[in-house]
Design a protein around this ligand. Sequence first.
Ligand code: FAD
Length: 497
Amino acid sequence: MTDKCPAPSHASLVWFRRDLRCFDHAALYAALKQSQTVFCVFIFDKTILDHLPEHDRRVQFIHQSIVELAHELEKLGGSLIVRYGHAEQEIPRLAAQLQVDTVFVNHDYEPQAVLRDDAIRHHLGQLNCHFLSFKDQVIFEKDEVLTLSNTPFSIFTPYKNAWLKKFLAEGSDFYATPYPIERYAKHLSAHTDRQIPDVQQMGFTTSEHSALPLQGGMSAGNELFKDFLSRIHHYEVARNFPAIKGPSYLSVHLRFGTVSIRHLVREAINCTRTSASMQGAQIWLSELIWRDFYFMILHHHPRVVGHSFKPDYDAIQWESGTSAETSFAAWCQGRTGYPLVDAAMLQLNQTGYMHNRLRMVTACFLIKDLGIDWRWGERYFALHLNDFDLSANNGGWQWAASTGCDAQPYFRIFNPVTQSEKFDPDGKFIRRYLPQLSRLDNKQIHAPWKLSSTILKQAEISLGHNYPAPIVDHDTARKRTLERYAVVKKPSKKMAP
Ligand SMILES: Cc1cc2nc3c(=O)[nH]c(=O)nc-3n(C[C@H](O)[C@H](O)[C@H](O)COP(=O)(O)OP(=O)(O)OC[C@H]3O[C@@H](n4cnc5c(N)ncnc54)[C@H](O)[C@@H]3O)c2cc1C
């Protein structure tokens, strides 16, 4: 399952990146098994941090996770060296200082990370130090699940079927077997440098008043998962309604590796064997397979960063200029006049989380109601989502834009009012973020502009003052979108020359 070390290592360094845990960890296990002495490091990487806003909840999440990781490594007899600098300089420098012969990491599939790792591998090579990378954050990666003609899948359902077939063929635990860190933990070395820079020292503010408590670290991830397992039986239905506690909320923990994907998959498979939780667990497992799918797509098609998966779709002309910028700003700030869209954007802005159904609704609204380039929305989500993951975010946006590998057809255009009536029928979610609409009844709340002035007055709503009038008419926008996408319409057989 893992890469092989060229020779037993005398001293090695494990570099933690998006795998902030010390249990069931591929690179840590390989290092401990093959080395006499193992040091551990985490770099607060300026190359990444310098581009983040001062108030970024993810930095605090990472910090909490690092503090706990350091503590847990100490309990195992080791320690965590934490540096604030550029990884490309810090890792080779530390490798030389500690005189290690090997640096162990887990694979990172993002194109920038691949370039960074190549550069570090090269620097380390000049120091006669190996750089070994392991699969850890997915069950299957790269070419491990292929079509019968040995090509990468681009459609999810056959990929999922092949994924499940391969997974179950070896017995249900083979590909999800945990790495038993404790077995070789005696090789951990306790370094004297235990300073952890605080969030403010690195130029970030901390968020005390977040509407959604976001707790970093392995123990918080484990608590969330335990809570979710008690509700997994109704995931199938509950996951669609943003006002209720339906999904797992584990995405940020998956993003930073404070939970282990193997552990999650093992438990999900176990739940599929119990009739009460079978359906919910099967669907949740599918979501985890979507995650593997998008990592695989990014690996094989790094051009999806910035380009449509289907090249023809790059010919679409999006709205531009001041009016596009104005409507984009209204979308970002939750001022479109469509309550579900606005409440969803406020959820994102206030908590860093957005429910999956709402990610689809808001993305579709930006692209197909406002005619704005999906890449603008992708960038906004990347900046604001706690769980931002390049592969899943790009996959989600390209799905909504119909430009992606297994995307919704371009003529499928969500109606934001119908979505609201269906998935927030009591307006409970809308009221949470838009209290100014709370006096409207459950039917009225989805489209306030359709109400008479008397009803609006009774509900103390003044459109354009305490809540916006809609910035676009959905039916008109729908027609414009169909015209916009005409450039990618395949000619029918009859019309073809
Ligand atoms: C426009 C758009 C942008 C998105 N951006 C991201 C992103 O940056 N990061 C991210 O993790 N997910 C993203 N998603 C997918 C999905 O919305 C989130 O994973 C989910 O809402 C996270 O909440 P949860 O952990 O409670 O999910 P659950 O419903 O509990 O799902 C469990 C896990 O499965 C994975 N998952 C679920 N749905 C998907 C999916 N469609 N694609 C890939 N993995 C999935 C996630 O890791 C998630 O934590 C995006 C979806 C859309 C439509």
